[in-house]
Ligand binder design. Sequence first.
Ligand code: ATP
Length: 498
Amino acid sequence: MQNRRVGEVLVGAGLGVLLYLLVTGYNIIPLLAVIGLGGLLYFFLEQKGVLHNSSMVNSAPRVELPFEDIGGQETAKQEIKEALEFILHMDQVQKMGIRPLRGILLTGPPGTGKTLLAKAAASYTNSAYVAVSGSEFIEIYAGVGAQRVRNLFKSAREMAKKMGKSSSIIFIDEIEVLGGKRGSHASHLEYDQTLNQLLVEMDGIATEDKTRILLIGATNRMDLLDPALLRPGRFDRQVRVELPDRHGRLEILKLHCRNKPLADDVNLEQIAKEAFGFSGAHLESVANEAAVLALRENSPQIHQEHLREAIEKVIMGEKMDRTPSDEELQRVAVHEAGHAIISELVRPNSVARVTITPRGSALGYVRRTPEQDQYLYTRSFLEKQIMICLGGAIAEEIIMGERSTGATGDFEEAVRMARRIITSGISHLGIICQESISQEVLSQAIRSIITAQEQVVRQLLYNCRSCNAAIARLLVENETVAGEQLRQYLSPGLQIGA
Ligand code: ATP
């Protein structure tokens, strides 16, 4: 406020002087040109943040987020808490002559809660919190990035002092942008200077500092980071933040449904089971979308069906308005019924829902429920997945007389799976060296795996052709068929084992 008033006085005085010079007949054009150039330079530097220490600090310094408000991630939370003991017990650390912990690197897929963990770390240690993104440091002008790194550390210290705190946590998201391997960028002088400055600032963190600084970096691409950042004394702790398992998903769903009116029929355990592979951000979106769907229907509470539909929306995108022709609709229904039948035959009770409502780029889809989270796959498991992929096209072939282009994505998936069988050394080729195997041998092996499954699927779907047609009719009528309903149509004797 005071700065503004001083500025106003200066501008007023300057105008007065100019007016006086003009009246006394002085040629003021060169003076105006100099003032204009100075103004432009000031504007440019201001935009680049060179003139202000905190121009890029875009965070609220005071954060209140307990670790309990982060669902799952028990191992990551434990590791971070252990690391934070260094800040909490600074006296002991100093007494023992322990070098301070300077950095914690959080790595893992997007939306898994890395930012939340950094905020919780600040809360837990009662530190000031400063957050920036790696991309904010990168400029084409040499020196600006390095200046920003200096300002960042300076403002973190100032902020802690102002708030009466003894420590400050700096969180740098997308740290790979700022800390990428040196010499690998086109304008590498600027990139290298910025990273060098970060290394210098990190090395400058000492046990005796009045304000303890801890840097928390987050990245999805650890492979891009410069090795200098990862050496001991810099990012001393590396913590993996993984996609949540079933228990973690349930915890996260519970957290995000805390403030929402849930009906009695809601079974969050079932939703957590169906949301296999979802990150925390996906799950937050499921809870939110379910509430939006309930509101749209004027329902005072969120029901299980809203949550189920929200999962589909998060996976596939918003429902599309396009209306396929009757023949296309019939073909999509036959195709999806084919996938669903094979899925039930090779893995009973695996289908959660079949639908021919177009969403995103898909005309229809089968949503399946994994029994439990799985991280290892056997050959027979992958072959069954290939069978499920092929079911759609073969059902079209048997019932509609020919296949369509709708199966392109399914075939790509089948090929990906067959390739995985081969590269994992569990195909008839045995253990192979991927680099020395020729393209021809590879594609022949892929073809032989897929053709073998194709024959089995054709036989199964031929035996089920009337059931396939009946389910397709049901789909055309109702758009959606639930897993339980589908299983009623299948005769139990047809199953070929789980
Ligand atoms: P990115 O790598 O894309 O920056 P991130 O790992 O930093 O992502 P966050 O920004 O922490 O992810 O999470 C995004 C949102 O997802 C959070 O605001 C929160 O709503 C939700 N979320 C993610 N993980 C969790 C979790 N473990 N518990 C509760 N909510 C979570």
